[in-house]
Design a protein around this ligand. Structure first.
Ligand SMILES: [Zn+2]
Length: 228
């Protein structure tokens, strides 16, 4: 995608998205120091032991769940993800997804996964934002791990949940998603991908929709886990 940003980057040296230091060869979005500061703080154990497990439905089909970063409102990671979601910067989500995808691939946990599915976004919201950050993330992780991305879920209606309370989010999230291609899910180990897990209500709804199509297993992968 050619953007004003990519044209400008030809004229001025690229700088770190967090600290604005000029980047050197081999550095992408962030300088080495800032990338080092984004250490994985949420582990990726089997689902039963994951600290995120209690935010998800109690389905035996869930294999693993994990996140790369902890999302605290004032943290550098949170600032980056907000820019990636709300400031028309899918490149940030893509670059973070690439870092996460390489870590996932090296960990070996992706070897059993057949395909990736992003938590879908309703068409109106996607048109307004220009992209679904979860889908951008899924494609970046899929590319890094050599796994296909499927589009087998749809979203019924939209509504920004950013300003709602946790209980309103829970109420809003029931029954939003449905399967559009159950044949792509049945018998497969699907990794469901989202940018942030907060209460887990939205992801849980997507997981229930996936589970209706009888996958072999579901793994839950997010970029960040919000502290509750
Ligand atoms: Zn930096």
């Amino acid at each position: 995608m050619t953007s004003l940003r990519s044209i400008l980057s030809l004229l001025a040296p690229a700088t770190c998205e967090l600290c604005s230091r000029p980047l050197v060869a081999g550095e992408g979005l962030l300088c080495a120091d800032c990338q080092g500061s984004l250490t994985a703080t949420v582990a990726f154990p089997p689902a039963a032991d994951s600290p995120l497990r209690e935010r998800l439905p109690r389905l035996g089909i869930i294999d693993r769940c994990g996140a790369m970063l902890t999302y605290r409102h004032d943290s550098p990671a949170a600032m980056l993800i907000r820019r990636g979601k709300y400031d028309n910067r899918p490149d940030i989500i893509r670059d973070l997804g690439h870092i996460w995808g390489e870590r996932l691939d090296a960990s070996g946990i992706m070897s059993d996964i057949d395909a990736l599915q992003a938590v879908p976004m309703h068409l109106f919201k996607r048109l307004r934002r220009g992209y679904n950050q979860a889908d951008v993330l899924a494609h970046a992780i899929g590319k890094a791990c050599g796994k296909p991305v499927i589009h087998a879920l749809g979203a019924r209606r939209h509504g920004s949940q950013a300003r709602n309370s946790a209980s309103e989010r829970l109420a809003n999230a029931s029954g939003i998603f449905y399967t559009t291609r159950p044949d792509a899910i049945a018998g497969q180990h699907i990794a469901i991908i989202d940018d942030i897990i907060t209460t887990g209500a939205t992801l849980s709804d997507a997981i229930r929709a996936l589970a209706n199509a009888r996958p072999r297993a579901i793994t839950v992968i997010t970029l960040a886990a919000a502290t509750l």
